[in-house]
Design a protein around this ligand. Structure first.
Ligand SMILES: NC(=O)c1ccc[n+]([C@@H]2O[C@H](COP(=O)([O-])OP(=O)(O)OC[C@H]3O[C@@H](n4cnc5c(N)ncnc54)[C@H](O)[C@@H]3O)[C@@H](O)[C@H]2O)c1
Ligand SMILES: [Zn+2]
Ligand SMILES: [Zn+2]
Length: 364
């Protein structure tokens, strides 16, 4: 089968013929139908933080089940499924209490290091990015990293649920548990931040302030439900938020995670407020906190991994909200590409008119 392989940090995504193993145990083989371009795969490629090279990335993946291992009971050939990078063993205390993102044995959804690899290139093992490897015609994934979606769900929309939606909306609905009537600030209206806006709408937040450095992204944010937008390249976003809120917000979500935005987020909090770090601003991004000032103002800091999502519950939930017209997914898909165009796809994301790019042509 063909896959987009990255050979070293910073190298392009190049489509090559690779080998994929047959499913064993709880593994499911899928024919990939759509694979979204999340910024995290770009970070994994650029900074080498996604495992050893060569590697196949792609972690917003949807497809049709084509074969199942002997231990699989949840899925059948023909099912439509969405993958998630949340690796949860299903047996530890965290998993048993629904806290999947803090599983003690995430490696159990991968094959052991000494087993035949799931993916290989000319006899050498390929890293399967996030145990998914969605930038490929086929993917061999543990059943614990998959959830079913309805057969009438369009592929590109389904794929986006796997990361951008789980993370963005989950940060608001699960991590922060925003309540009706509350105020939220969302920094960075990209493919993940837009879903946080949708999550805030579902939660019933009355004031949804969005900051970005691109007017095109802010225009889309308004369409998704932002009540106020601030271009932080033109205006001091902290001053703007303090003015709109009359003293700060209870929830500030940073979907950029760079030093300037982290500082802004801390400055936007009301007394007792919480800032949430979601964006991966690179290995050097630092936040300096004056501990006394933070303590006196009872400010809080939380990190958000995959929106504290329970993938088996939340993926079907967002699919259902979408079907009911209560969660925007169509508007996220502004560009579709083929497997060979992943580099161009990431380049296109710099354009404010693009929200999410999805590989929908797997070049079969
Ligand atoms: N924590 C997690 O579990 C998790 C999961 C998925 C993605 N992520 C991370 O979330 C972040 C967002 O992902 P994405 O796919 O939406 O990226 P994206 O590139 O689509 O969006 C980023 C947005 O931030 C804006 N931006 C850039 N610099 C800014 C600044 N200084 N101030 C305000 N806005 C600024 C951009 O214009 C863009 O709209 C990435 O860093 C990604 O790696 C984290
Ligand atoms: Zn992602
Ligand atoms: Zn576990």
């Amino acid at each position: 089968m063909k896959a987009a392989v990255v050979h070293e940090a910073g190298a392009p995504f190049t489509v090559e013929e690779v080998q994929i193993a047959a499913p064993q145990g709880g593994e499911v083989l899928i024919d990939v139908q759509a694979s979204g371009l999340c910024h995290s795969d770009l970070s994994a490629r650029n900074f080498g933080i996604g495992g050893a090279f060569p590697a196949i990335f792609g972690h917003e993946v949807a497809g049709i089940v084509s074969a199942v291992g002997p231990d699989v009971t949840e899925f059948r050939v023909g099912d439509h499924v969405v993958g998630s990078l949340i690796q949860a063993c299903g047996q530890c205390l965290h998993c048993l209490s629904g806290d999947l993102v803090n599983c003690e044995h995430p490696e159990r959804t991968e094959r052991p290091a000494d087993a035949e690899p799931r993916l290989s290139l000319n006899g050498s093992k390929l890293t399967q990015g996030m145990a998914l490897g969605g930038f490929a015609q086929q993917a061999l994934i543990d059943d614990r990293q998959l959830a079913k979606v309805p057969a009438d769900m369009p592929w590109a929309q389904a794929a986006l649920i796997g990361c951008g939606v789980l993370t963005g909306a989950g940060a608001v609905l699960n991590t922060a548990a925003v309540k009706q009537g509350e105020t939220v600030v969302i920094i960075g209206a990209g493919g993940v931040g837009l879903n946080a806006i949708s999550g805030a709408v579902v939660a019933g937040a009355t004031t949804i302030i969005v900051t970005d450095i691109d007017d095109g992204k802010l225009e889309r944010a308004t369409h998704f439900g932002a009540t106020h937008v601030v271009n932080s390249a033109k205006q001091d976003p902290v001053e703007a938020v303090l003015e709109i809120t009359g003293g700060g917000a209870p929830h500030v979500f940073d979907f950029v995670g760079a030093a300037p935005t982290l500082k802004q987020a801390a400055g936007m909090l009301e007394q007792g407020g919480t800032m949430y770090i979601i964006g991966i601003g690179g290995p050097e991004a630092k936040l300096e906190i004056n501990a006394l000032e933070f303590l006196v103002a009872r400010k809080n800091l939380r990190t958000v991994y995959m929106g504290h999502s329970n993938l088996k519950r939340d993926i079907p939930m967002y699919a259902e909200l979408y079907r009911q017209g209560r969660f925007k997914l169509d508007e996220l898909i502004t560009k579709t590409i083929s497997l060979s165009q992943i580099d161009e796809g990431y380049e296109a994301l710099k354009d404010g008119s693009i929200a999410r790019v999805v590989v929908t042509d797997l070049e079969r």
